[in-house]
Write a protein that binds this ligand. Structure first.
Ligand code: NAD
Ligand code: UD1
Length: 338
């Protein structure tokens, strides 16, 4: 299949592109490197022993996009590109709306221009907001609590409208839970800019001595041990879900939203324990107040993913910690060295 991948050099995109290349698909990556490094692209080529095509461009640039689509004529698109920080989205909401929503409109236009009718989109469990019941199934009401979450909600709606408006159009909206971990090679991984906001990269940077101590945001939630519970998903499993979604899209029309998680919640203290077992390092931590916007518990119903895509997660929390640790150990400064 010929697949145009927006944001294909980023954390999730890079792992997915690697699997696509290994499965012999023809790939064009469209990325502006705003949150990724050419070094990641170099490593994808090294690991896959292939030369995917790459265009450096912004998804808001309709001319650059249209040229890329006319040149490559993809069968399908995987759309990762966009801004993803919950906190930042409250400070610069218009940037988030323009890039995430406006950028997606441009992609759908460019697809129409070359009669490309299939898309897989990176949505997020954040569209659900506070749980009315658990696990979150795909029918759970959506009530996102941040501008970032609302961009995901609106893009889900606009892609759905696009599928309804034309024949033979297919879209899979993958609602990721909490992606963590790294490629088994320890050559690709997560490389956040500045101090990490998310738990796993924070833990790995404490383990490697880049940060002094983890702050646990609250220990008085209604969970097994009082700390927040999440459904962490290994990035290699998440990448393979995209391949399954592409195959599904090749023989189905319409729009499907599908959760991608393991179906199991893990608390912050359980994650620390698993990481210590996987790395042999002690993680220093202190308990601080709750972080605004955090919920107590979030985990996925994964039945639909299995029923529709025949996909389920293979890796557990130990493998997630082990691969994240191997990546951090081998690349203490991320892509900025080696
Ligand atoms: P990332 O920031 O690592 O990757 C995004 C990639 O898109 C980067 O390579 C960046 O340079 C590129 N990009 C950003 N804006 C662009 C633009 N305007 N034009 C072209 N390229 C652009 O993020 P990620 O963690 O790999 O996430 C990928 C997608 O998955 C995002 O849409 C994100 O919202 C979604 N998502 C991520 C998570 C998570 O925890 N990482 C969870 C749920 C959903
Ligand atoms: C966050 C985003 C969510 C996004 C997800 C991607 C918020 C409010 N939500 O989710 O939209 O889809 O990342 O992975 O930002 N924790 C600590 N100390 C830390 C960091 C985190 O105790 O330094 C705790 C949190 O309180 C939470 C758990 O660890 O209980 C996971 O946090 P995080 O990795 O930031 O993910 P989410 O908050 O689930």
């Amino acid at each position: 299949m010929r697949i145009l991948v927006t944001g294909g050099v980023g954390y999730i995109g890079s792992h997915t592109v690697l699997q696509l290349l290994r499965a012999d698909h023809e790939i064009l990556v469209f990325d502006n490197y705003s949150n990724s490094s050419p070094e990641a692209m170099r490593r994808i080529k090294h690991l896959s022993q292939r030369e995917p095509e790459m265009i450096i461009g912004d998804i808001q640039d309709s001319v650059a996009l249209s040229n890329a689509f006319r040149y490559f004529r993809p069968d399908a698109v995987i759309h990762f590109a966009g801004l993803k920080s919950v906190g930042e989205s409250s400070i610069v909401p218009l940037r988030y709306y323009a890039e995430n929503i406006g950028g997606t409109v441009e992609i759908l236009r460019a697809m129409d221009d070359v009669q490309c009718r299939r898309i897989v989109f990176s949505s997020s469990a954040t569209v659900y907001g506070v749980a009315r019941y658990l696990p979150f199934d795909e029918g759970h009401p959506r009530n996102p609590e941040s501008p970032y979450g609302r961009t995901k909600y609106f893009v889900e709606e606009l892609i759905k409208d696009w599928t309804v408006a034309g024949l033979d159009r297919s879209a899979v909206l993958l609602r990721y839970f909490n992606p963590v971990g790294a490629d088994a090679s320890a050559i690709l991984g997560e490389d956040p800019n500045g101090p990490p906001n998310n738990l796993m990269p924070y833990i790995t940077q404490v383990a490697v001595g880049r940060l002094a101590c983890l702050s646990i945001f609250g220990d008085n939630y209604e969970t097994r041990d009082g700390t927040g519970e999440r459904d962490y998903i290994h990035v290699e499993d998440l990448a393979s879900a995209h391949l399954a979604a592409l195959e599904f899209g090749a023989c189905h029309v319409g729009c499907e939203a599908i959760n991608i998680g393991t179906g199991h919640g893990v608390t912050v203290l359980e994650m620390i324990e698993a990481f210590e077992a996987a790395s042999g390092r002690k993680i220093r931590f202190k308990i601080v107040g709750r972080r605004d916007g955090d919920v107590a518990r979030s985990f996925a119903s994964v039945e639909k993913a299995y029923k529709k895509l025949g996909w389920k997660a293979r890796y557990g929390i130990y493998e997630m910690c082990r691969s994240a640790w191997n990546w951090q150990l081998r690349n203490p400064d991320g892509y900025r060295q080696l």
